[in-house]
Design a protein around this ligand. Structure first.
Ligand code: NDP
Ligand code: OXD
Length: 309
């Protein structure tokens, strides 16, 4: 039987070993770079692959992303015949919906304004509007986008969403296709990005999108930094087209100390913490995928490499 390679600069293999070993007592988990003979490795669990790639592992049967996203793997550089799976984890999904609800409520109830006013000792009323009068748009209605849309709906917001194919989610108006994004944006005072980063979606949070949103709208980016056309954000904030942005992900992480975003009172920065998966809850699907890979079966949450997610 083969061995499983664990390779991540972010995840602790010792958090994964106990829950995985409970489900697969004969598991051999080898942590990069001490993996022994490359030919022993038949499954790789990775956040980012090692700098030299995964080409040396000639017996690889599956690559299992340690995240929900797979863009950090750079699919174009992975062995073409090896299937890739991503994580779908209830803990991660719930945390993401919670983060997005919090960020949306912060704008809806003007906490962003009160935070700034408190520093100026400024006593100024903003009469709250019912959530039912505020429309939130969700870009990407997959696992995380759909859960977020449902949570927003449950909390009284009007919700619209955009995806590649139209979706049927109770109470959520669905838009699809290249023009659909601008139709959706025209209705949304708060836009949340939960798309995967692919060649089609890179730079999609740009001037054209901001111009389609109502004046004084808000952006919440929890997808990937590559979705945001960075040069378009500050002019949109300066012109008032956007009233604020919450950014969890950046083109280069950690965000460099001299980046202009740090100095913008209208930008709230969080350090890529919108959601993380739990080894305990995610271990069953990883172990199941190791079994499936070894049996030559389709993986759970297998990535469609042609689509890139
Ligand atoms: P899914 O694959 O489940 O969903 C992706 C959604 O995006 C689908 O609805 C899909 O449409 C839509 N989509 C993809 N490409 C296009 C396109 N070209 N045009 C329109 N719609 C498109 O992914 P998840 O919901 O699980 O995750 C989304 C992303 O969230 C991840 O890829 C990752 O980048 C990010 N993430 C961020 C985290 C953080 O902490 N900040 C944590 C975890 C994930 P369709 O359904 O029609 O295919
Ligand atoms: C992920 C992430 O993709 O944490 O899971 O960004």
């Amino acid at each position: 039987m083969g061995a499983v390679l664990f390779c991540s600069n972010l995840d602790d293999p010792e958090e994964w070993r106990p829950p995985m070993t409970r489900l697969m007592p004969d598991l051999e988990l080898r942590v990069y770079p001490n993996f022994g003979k490359a030919d022993d490795i038949d499954v790789a669990m990775v956040w980012r692959p090692p700098a030299e790639g995964l080409g040396q592992f000639k017996n690889l049967k599956a690559i299992l992303s340690l995240g929900a996203g797979v863009d950090q793997l750079d699919l174009s550089k992975l062995p073409a015949s090896v299937p890739v799976a991503r994580l779908v984890d209830d803990v991660l999904t719930t945390a993401m919906a919670e983060y997005c609800l919090l960020a949306a409520l912060r704008y809806h109830r003007r906490f962003d304004v009160y935070e700034r006013n408190a520093r100026l000792k400024k006593w100024e009323y903003h009469i709250p509007r019912p959530a039912a009068q505020r429309t939130v748009g969700v870009l990407g209605l997959g696992v995380l986008g759909a859960a977020t849309a449902e949570k927003l709906k449950l909390n009284g917001f009007k919700v619209v969403g955009w995806s590649r194919a139209p979706k049927s989610i109770a109470g959520v108006e669905s838009f699809a296709g290249p023009d659909g994004i601008y139709k959706m944006a025209g209705k949304a005072e708060i836009v949340i990005n939960l798309l995967p980063l692919t060649p089609e979606t890179r730079g999609i949070l740009n001037k054209k999108l901001f111009d389609a949103m109502p004046q004084g709208s808000y952006l919440i980016n929890v997808g990937r930094g590559g979705h945001l056309t960075e040069d378009d954000l500050l002019p949109a904030l300066q012109s008032g087209r956007l009233a604020g942005a919450t950014l969890d992900v950046f083109q280069k992480e950690p965000l460099v100390a001299d980046h202009a975003f740090w100095n913008q009172p209208a930008i709230l920065i969080t350090p890529h913490v919108a959601s993380t998966g739990g080894a305990e809850t995610a271990a069953p699907q990883v172990v199941e995928n190791i079994r499936r890979a070894r049996a030559g079966k389709t993986l759970l949450n297998q990535v469609d490499k042609a689509k890139g997610y």
